[in-house]
Design a protein. Sequence first.
Length: 130
Amino acid sequence: MKPYSPVPWRLAVPLLAAFAFAGCAHRTPEPSEQMAVSQAAVDGAVSAGAQQYAPLELNQARQKLDAAKNAMRTDDKLNARRLAEQAEVDAQVASAKAAAEKSRKAVGEIEQGNRMLREELARPQGRPAS
């Protein structure tokens, strides 16, 4: 019987650790899906009227999406994903601001209509308005 030699185990442990770390390491996922989501958010903001009601936020979203596309061209996937996520959030803010401004405008129109109705109801009934 051979005597026990710990040398092979001393080599095996670091090799196993190296394989374990290599298995845990992962590449940055392709940001193409996030880019598509961000583009859809920008398009949705435009449809919601952000060009008129939230041009600053819409412009920020577009600039960040363009920067994300440039980062993709240089293979900077991590930065591309980050910029695309920021563009999506900016586009969502633009959409929300546009919706709020449209609602505010509609409320103003309704209040004006109500005011006109109250004035008409307050007039004496027998005389036409002059």
